[in-house]
Design a protein around this ligand. Structure first.
Ligand code: ADP
Ligand code: ZN
Length: 227
């Protein structure tokens, strides 16, 4: 007898995850990606990888990223377009960090229309700015695989070392306080309007970010109507 195990991965799931920098998008995205068996596409991660590898794109992007500014739309849109056309995105994906403004959202719609797809849901994770500032200063990222930790909220088993791959953890250049403030300003000015935009399309669901990652995950699943 063949056991059919119920996997949520059977569902088509095309998700966008919205939230201020440091709202915990990346962490929840990793969870959802595993749970639903869909690729986690983080434009921030892809850009950082390009910076690390000193690609042409990475060199251009770095100037903006280090200042806490958005990388120009045409760069990011092209990158997402290529990524979404790959085979593993056929049955779903989770976009984290994209779109970041209305014009990226409109570009995304066109890209998806060409692929005969559309977004199923947009998950907004709400966290007040004060909390964000507190969190960002404790954030640590793996140099090797990009996994993210927090010295208080999600400490690695061994200080300074990644639980996933054993890589070295570091603080991102753009996680310094001044840069975080700038990123929050950019978020409020450019990204927050997307909440209204997707609400009007009937796609928006909201989860309130909690102190504990697991509690936020519960809110996220509730918002998505899973469990
Ligand atoms: P966070 O959401 O914590 O700010 P990300 O890892 O998503 O961090 O992004 C880091 C930086 O990468 C941003 O500050 C910005 O410079 C750049 N970036 C990422 N995604 C985009 C995007 N969709 N459009 C423009 N710039 C982006
Ligand atoms: Zn790692």
């Amino acid at each position: 007898m063949i056991l059919k195990i119920k996997v949520d991965g059977d569902m088509d799931m095309r998700l966008i995850i919205l939230g201020a920098p440091g709202a915990g998008k990346g962490t929840q995205a990793e969870y959802l990606s595993n749970r639903f068996g869909i690729p986690h596409i983080s434009t921030g991660d892809i850009l950082r990888e390009n910076v690390r590898n000193q690609t042409e794109l990475g060199k251009k992007a770095k100037e903006y990223m280090d200042k806490g500014l958005l990388v120009p739309d045409e760069i990011v849109i092209e990158l997402v377009k290529d990524r979404l056309a790959q085979d593993d995105c056929k049955n779903g994906f989770l976009l984290d960090g994209f779109p970041r403004n209305i014009s990226q959202a409109e570009a995304l719609e066109k890209v998806l229309a060409d692929l005969g797809q559309k977004i199923d849901k947009v998950l907004n994770i709400e966290v007040p700015d004060e909390k964000i500032l507190e969190r960002m200063s404790g954030r640590r990222i793996c140099k090797n695989c990009g996994a993210s930790f927090h010295i208080i909220y999600r400490p690695p088993k061994k200080e300074g070392i990644c639980d996933v791959c054993g890589g070295e953890l570091y603080q991102r250049e753009d996680d310094r306080e001044e840069t975080v403030k700038r990123r929050l300003e950019v978020y409020h000015a450019q990204t927050q309007p997307l909440i209204e935009y997707y609400k009007n399309k009937g796609l928006l669901v909201t989860a309130v970010g909690q102190e504990e990652i697991a509690d936020t995950t519960k809110e996220v699943l509730k918002a998505l109507g899973v469990e």
